[in-house]
Design a binder for this molecule. Structure first.
Ligand code: IPE
Ligand code: IPE
Ligand code: MG
Length: 248
């Protein structure tokens, strides 16, 4: 990365990425979509490493959405096999880099083998204080909010929670990313300008950045461009320019 001294000022603490464009990347090269997903894993490794080096606190990656279950079974099967393979291969080196790996999403829909790999990786890296890496698998923003509502209803039944006690803060605490600050910067590769049911609640005041680069082509230099654009933004949170600091 060039000129690290200036880029570290006002760094986004949490970056969320929709890693889109694997299929098109492969199709443009006359290859099968699966080749794009494989190349996507390599891009993921490079970006995780770059975020660690930059000193980003948290990175949340959208790997497989609630809606992606509707893809052809062959592609879903290949993606699931790829997750298992990539986890097996990458976790040790993530651990060595002090990365804490966690997963968000509806795990009960995943194979037992994948679920086991996920919880083993979480356990192995649980005490790591470097980059906090969240991978969203079988995740949807609506699933997340619905799940939170379900938990609140359980609290009504078990501890007598009353309607007046249902606050934004309490609901937030029931969400998948309760333990981390909301993303400062959202990046979507692949040219589409939409959220596609990613972190609906947590993106309320996130700065949005879209790039045409396809995920397998997205590298540290592209990440740096996104961060530099973020650093030009003025975050106001609904206030007037003179008071644009983050609300307490
Ligand atoms: C993103 O790439 C990866 C997943 C959704 C699993 P796509 O597979 O959506 O690639 P495109 O958008 O078809 O190019
Ligand atoms: C969003 O990409 C989900 C992930 C990158 C995991 P999609 O390719 O599934 O989104 P749409 O279908 O273009 O909205
Ligand atoms: Mg896509």
């Amino acid at each position: 990365m060039s000129d690290k001294t200036t880029i570290t000022e006002q760094l986004p603490r949490h970056i969320a990425i929709v890693m889109d464009g694997n299929g098109r990347w492969a199709e443009r090269r006359g290859e099968r979509r699966n080749a794009g997903h494989r190349a996507g894993v390599n891009a993921t490794r490079r970006i995780v490493e770059a975020c660690g080096q930059l000193g980003i606190d948290a990175l949340t990656l959208f790997a497989f959405s609630s809606e992606n279950w509707q893809r052809p079974p062959s592609e879903v099967g290949m993606l699931m096999a790829l997750f298992i393979e990539a986890l097996g291969r990458e976790v040790k080196s993530l651990h060595e880099k002090n990365v804490r790996l966690q997963f968000i999403g509806e795990r009960s829909l995943l194979s037992e083998k994948l679920q086991r790999k996920m919880s083993d990786s979480e356990l192995l890296t649980a005490a790591n204080g470097g980059l906090q890496l969240y991978v969203a698998v079988s995740y949807g923003g609506r699933w997340d909010i619905t799940n939170a509502a379900r938990r609140l209803v359980e609290e009504v039944a078990h501890s007598g929670l009353t309607p007046g006690q249902v606050t934004e803060e309490r609901l937030h605490q029931c969400l998948a990313l309760a333990a981390v600050k909301d993303p400062d910067l959202f990046i979507r590769t692949g040219g589409e300008h939409r959220i596609s049911n990613f972190l609906l609640w947590n993106l309320a005041y996130t700065e949005l950045y879209f790039t045409d680069a396809l995920w397998p082509d997205f590298g540290p230099a592209d990440l740096e461009l996104a961060v530099r654009e973020y650093q030009q933004r003025q975050r106001r949170y609904g206030r007037v320019p003179q008071q644009h600091e983050e609300p307490g």
